[in-house]
Design a binder for this molecule. Structure first.
Ligand code: HAM
Length: 541
C-alpha cells in the first residue's frame, strides 16, 4: 500500500488567507526599503559550501551542524573512466583485450575490442547503467552482428560506469543479461566536483556577489535588500523551521563611501524601527551591543578563557568544548543551569579599545537623537563569526522561546575573509515566519477578503456566457468568483455566501433581457440590475 507523502519535517505549506498577510508584509517592507533608497538583490539559493565555511565560520552551529550540503557530481569525464577501465582490464586479463584497432566509426559503442577467443566486446562508458543504456547497447550489438556477419555467440556488450560515490573494493564484472555485463569502476570520474550548500543565511551570498560583480568599483555605498527562503537543519519548533524566510538588507561599500560610519548603523536601526512600526508590531525591544574589532575580540577571548578555565567543568558539554575552541560562543548558551556562571563572566565592553568605544557611543547618540529606544545587552555576541562592532537583535515577548524577530550587525572584515577588497558593511535579517506569528497573535485571525460578486450560471448552457461576463467584470477591476451551471441554485447560494459579498444570477432569461438579478448577502436585498449598470452597482454595494 502506498503511503501519502507529506511536507518534509521542518517545512510547511503557506496557504490563503495567511499568504495575504505574507504579501502585505513584503509589500510594506519593499515600500519602506524604497524610501530609504535600497535596491533589491537576488542571489542563488545554493552556493559553494566554502562560502559559508569561510564567511559564517566553521565553529558556528550553523556551519558545523545545520547546513544542507551535498556533493555535486559535476561533468561526467568519459575519457578518464575509459582509461581507468582499460588499465584495469589489461592487468586482469592480459590476453583478453587484444586489439583496439577494429573499425569503430559505425558502431554506437564507444570502443570495440577483440577477445582472445576471437569474439568481440562492444564497450559503452556511461554515467549510469540505466535500462536505456542497456537497450542502446543491445541495439549496437545486433547491428554489429549484422554488419560483421558474426555469429550470435561471439559478440557481447559491456557497460562500464562509475561505482557509487563512497563504494570501495575491486571492480567486478556483473552479468545482467545473456549478452551484456556491467562493470562499475570506483574512482572520481566527474570533473569539477563541488560541495554545494542550501544557503542558511544571505549575508555571505550578498558579499560574494558584491565582490564578484565588482560593486565596490562604483565607489558608492551599496544598499541592498532581499526577501527569500533560507535553510537550516535545526530541531523544528514554534518559530523555528528548516525552511524559513528572511527579509534582510545590507549596506556595504568602500570606506571612502562612508561604509564604516556609525551613522550607517543608526540609520539601519532607525529604518528597522520604522518598518516594525509600519507593520503594526507592538512592543518590540531592541537589544544592542558592540563586539568590537578583531583585536578587541582577541583580548576579550583571552579574558573569557581565563575566567572560564576554573568554571568550565560545571558547564554543559557544548560550553566545555566552546570554552576551548571559541569562548565567545559560550555567551549564546541557553541551558538554564549555566546562566549564573555565564552572567558572572567578564563583559566585552571592558575589552573594547578607544575607537570601538567611540563608534558605539556615536551609534547610541544618533539613536537617542532619533528617538529609537534600545537596551544594552552585554551578552549579545550573535551566532555568526563575521560580526565586528555593532550587533543587535529585536525581540518580541509574544514569540516564546524563539523570541528573536530579527538579528544583525556590522561585518567590517567579511569581504576580505572572502578574498574581496576592503568593504565594511552592516545589515540585518528579519525572520519573516516569526513576524507573521507575532502579527497573527496580535490580530487574532486573518480575515479572508470576500470577492465583490459570485456569478451563478443557471444551467450548463449559460456557462460560456458566464465566463464572458466574469471576464468583462474582472477587466473592469472587480474581484469575481465564477460558479458552475451544474450546481443547483441552493448550492450556488451556499458557495457564493462563503466567497463573495453578492451573487449575480445569470440564466437564459437574464441573457435575453440583459437584466440581471443581484442579491446582497449583508442586506438580503435582491435587485434587478441592467448589464450597463452592473459594474457600478456591484462596486457600490
Ligand atoms: P540570524 O540571527 O542567524 O542572522 O537570523 C536572523 C533571523 O532569522 C533570526 O532573528 C530569526 O528571526 C530568523 N531565523 C533564523 N533561524 C530561523 C529558523 N530556523 N526558523 C525561523 N526563523 C529563523 C542572520 O541570518 C544574518 N545573516 C543577519 C545579518 C544580515 N547580519 C548582517 N546582515
Amino acid at each position: 500500500m502506498s503511503h501519502t507523502l507529506k511536507a518534509v519535517r521542518g517545512t510547511r505549506d503557506l496557504l490563503p488567507p495567511e499568504t495575504a498577510l505574507w504579501n502585505r508584509i513584503e509589500a510594506t517592507a519593499r515600500s519602506v526599503f524604497a524610501r530609504y533608497n535600497f535596491g533589491e538583490i537576488r542571489t542563488p539559493i545554493f552556493e559553494d559550501t566554502g562560502l559559508f565555511a569561510r564567511g559564517v565560520g566553521e565553529e558556528t552551529d550553523i556551519v558545523s551542524k545545520e547546513m544542507y550540503t551535498w556533493e555535486d557530481r559535476g561533468r561526467f569525464d568519459k575519457v578518464s573512466l575509459s582509461r581507468s577501465w582499460l588499465t584495469d582490464a589489461r592487468s586482469k586479463h592480459p590476453g583478453w583485450v587484444r586489439n583496439t584497432h577494429l573499425p569503430q566509426e559505425k558502431s554506437d559503442a564507444d570502443a570495440v575490442y577483440q577477445n582472445s577467443d576471437g569474439g568481440f566486446t562492444l564497450v559503452c562508458f556511461v554515467e549510469n547503467a540505466t535500462a536505456v543504456a542497456c537497450q542502446s547497447l543491445a541495439t549496437a550489438i545486433d547491428e554489429y552482428r549484422n554488419r560483421q556477419n558474426c555469429t550470435a555467440y561471439n559478440v557481447r556488450g559491456l557497460l562500464v560506469h562509475p561505482a557509487d560515490i563512497g563504494s570501495e573494493g575491486i571492480p567486478v564484472e556483473i552479468q545482467i543479461h545473456r549478452d551484456i555485463a556491467v562493470y562499475p569502476v570506483p574512482g572520481n570520474f566527474f570533473a569539477s566536483r563541488q560541495s554545494l550548500t542550501l544557503r542558511p543565511e544571505n549575508t555571505a551570498g550578498v558579499v560574494r556577489s558584491y565582490i564578484e560583480n565588482k560593486l565596490g568599483e562604483t565607489g558608492q555605498l551599496q544598499k541592498l535588500y532581499y526577501i527569500g527562503p533560507q535553510f537550516r537543519r535545526e530541531r523544528p519548533q514554534k518559530g523555528r523551521y528548516r525552511q524559513f524566510s528572511q527579509i534582510g538588507a545590507e549596506v556595504i561599500g568602500p570606506p571612502s563611501a562612508g561604509s564604516e560610519s556609525p551613522l550607517r548603523d543608526a540609520e539601519v536601526l532607525e529604518m528597522l524601527a520604522t518598518l516594525l512600526d509600519e507593520l503594526g508590531i507592538a512592543g518590540w525591544t531592541l537589544h544592542l551591543n558592540s563586539v568590537g574589532s578583531a583585536a578587541d575580540r582577541e583580548r576579550y577571548n583571552q579574558a573569557l578563557r581565563a575566567a572560564l578555565a576554573p568554571v568550565a567543568g560545571q558547564l554543559c558539554a557544548d560550553c566545555q568544548r566552546r570554552a576551548v575552541t571559541n569562548p565567545l560562543r559560550v555567551l549564546d548558551c541557553k541551558v538554564p543551569e549555566d546562566q549564573p556562571i555565564i552572567d558572572a563572566l567578564p563583559v566585552i565592553a571592558d575589552s573594547l579599545d578607544g575607537e570601538s568605544k567611540n563608534h558605539f557611543a556615536a551609534v547610541t547618540a544618533a539613536l537617542d537623537a532619533a528617538g529609537v529606544p534600545y537596551t544594552r545587552n552585554h551578552r549579545l555576541v550573535r551566532g555568526l563569526d563575521y560580526y565586528t562592532r555593532t550587533t543587535f537583535e529585536f525581540t518580541h515577548g509574544g514569540l516564546g522561546a524563539q523570541n528573536a524577530l530579527l538579528g544583525g550587525g556590522r561585518y567590517d572584515g567579511l569581504s576580505e575573509m572572502l578574498g574581496g577588497p576592503r568593504a565594511p558593511g552592516i545589515g540585518f535579517a528579519i525572520g519573516e515566519d516569526r513576524l507573521i506569528l507575532t502579527l497573527l497573535a496580535q490580530e487574532s485571525a486573518v480575515q479572508q477578503v470576500l470577492a465583490d460578486a459570485y456569478i451563478a450560471p443557471l444551467g450548463e448552457s449559460v456557462n460560456a456566457a458566464a465566463l464572458a461576463l466574469a471576464r468583462q467584470l474582472r477587466r473592469e477591476g472587480l474581484k469575481i468568483e465564477l460558479g458552475d451551471g451544474s450546481f443547483r441554485l441552493k448550492k450556488s447560494f451556499e458557495a457564493a455566501d462563503k466567497a463573495a459579498r453578492q451573487i449575480v444570477i445569470l440564466g437564459e432569461d437574464e441573457l435575453q433581457s440583459g437584466i440581471l438579478t443581484v442579491k446582497d448577502f449583508a442586506t438580503g436585498i435582491q435587485t434587478k440590475v441592467p448589464r450597463s449598470e452592473l459594474t457600478a452597482f456591484l462596486l457600490n454595494a
